[in-house]
Design a protein around this ligand. Structure first.
Ligand SMILES: CSC[C@H]1O[C@H](OP(=O)(O)O)[C@H](O)[C@@H]1O
Ligand SMILES: Nc1ncnc2[nH]cnc12
Length: 287
């Protein structure tokens, strides 16, 4: 059993975590390039948290420009044990309304041009991804959303599009046919990379709009921004309740050691350059 250390990736609208005590801002270098910005570390409810704003200060990075590998690697270097993503999402279902939260449990990946693996050269790994989020964290996050006073949907399929444009109406209708419940632009490759970094991942979507399947018009960014401000307050409250509600000690998760059975390249054949880039992620296996 060990201490929790929650990494938080704050999406559109959530640029700072709120109630972070003993806060410090640190710059963390990654062998995978530049993270989106500095990491704020501190404690919420006595639990360690490290926070990064996904789109950087002032929201300068588009979903395709976010260096997802560097962000996950930098948080791993800080020693986080688990990863919580908070994201603005559109709804593909009548019953999921703007202002509500969805604890996502499945993802359909429609992204096109992103680095999606830490194991792209010199060491080959195939991690399982059937269930891309951690059920334990999802349950606790759902409870925390409820305590923050928002209606929460426990489970839902997120369609990850490349963006930055919103979808065409035909695409939006097709995603509904596919079983998509919500839509966004960032859950992939983030969830893939979290799994490769042996970090249990939870994704809390804050609904801002109905995408374009429902009404005649377009998705309206001005309307999104209005809903987003209220959502961000609720997300900060959710983080406070989440920190307060965690059990004192963290029990091991199967995801903590997922690379034991995923790396197919024998250690003797590991490329030294790949190995040194992957030092934070594979250090556990060096012994
Ligand atoms: C501002 S609406 C579109 C934008 O918001 C979401 O970002 P994030 O997932 O980081 O909250 C969505 O994925 C798009 O990037
Ligand atoms: N309708 C939508 N499509 C894609 N990403 C979104 N993020 C928030 N609303 C969205």
């Amino acid at each position: 059993m060990a201490e929790w250390h929650i990494g938080v990736i704050g999406g559109s609208g959530l640029y700072e975590p709120g109630d972070l005590q003993d806060a410090q801002e640190i710059q963390v270098n990654s062998a995978f390039g530049e993270p989106s910005g500095p990491i704020a570390t501190g404690r919420i409810g006595g639990v360690k948290f490290s926070f990064i704003a996904r789109h950087g200060a002032g929201h300068r990075l588009s979903p395709s420009d976010v260096n997802y590998r560097a962000n996950v690697d930098a948080l791993k270097r800080c020693g986080v044990t688990d990863l919580m993503a908070v994201s603005a999402i559109g709804s593909l279902r009548e019953d999921i309304a703007p202002g509500e939260f969805v604890v996502v449990d499945q993802i359909i990946d429609r992204t096109l041009v992103r680095e999606r693996s830490f194991f792209d050269k010199g060491i080959v790994a195939h991690v399982p991804l059937a269930d891309p989020v951690c059920p334990r964290l999802s349950k606790m996050a759902g409870k925390a959303c409820g305590k923050a006073g928002t209606r929460v949907h426990q489970g839902g399929t997120y369609v990850a599009i490349e963006g930055p444009q919103f979808s065409t109406r035909a695409e939006s209708l097709m995603y509904r046919e596919w079983g998509g419940d919500v839509i966004g632009m960032t859950a992939m490759p983030e969830a893939r990379l979290a799994r490769e970094a042996e970090l249990p991942y939870v994704l809390i979507g804050m609904v801002t709009d109905y995408d374009c399947w429902r009404d005649k018009g377009d998705v309206d960014v001005a309307a999104i921004l209005k809903v987003m401000a209220g959502n961000a307050d609720k997300a900060r409250s959710m983080l406070t309740h989440f920190g307060a509600g965690l059990p004192k000690q963290r029990k091991a998760s199967p995801i903590d050691t997922i690379l034991d059975t995923a790396i197919i390249t024998p250690k003797d054949n590991w490329d030294p350059l790949a190995s040194s880039k992957l030092d934070a992620i594979t250090r556990r296996l060096w012994k």
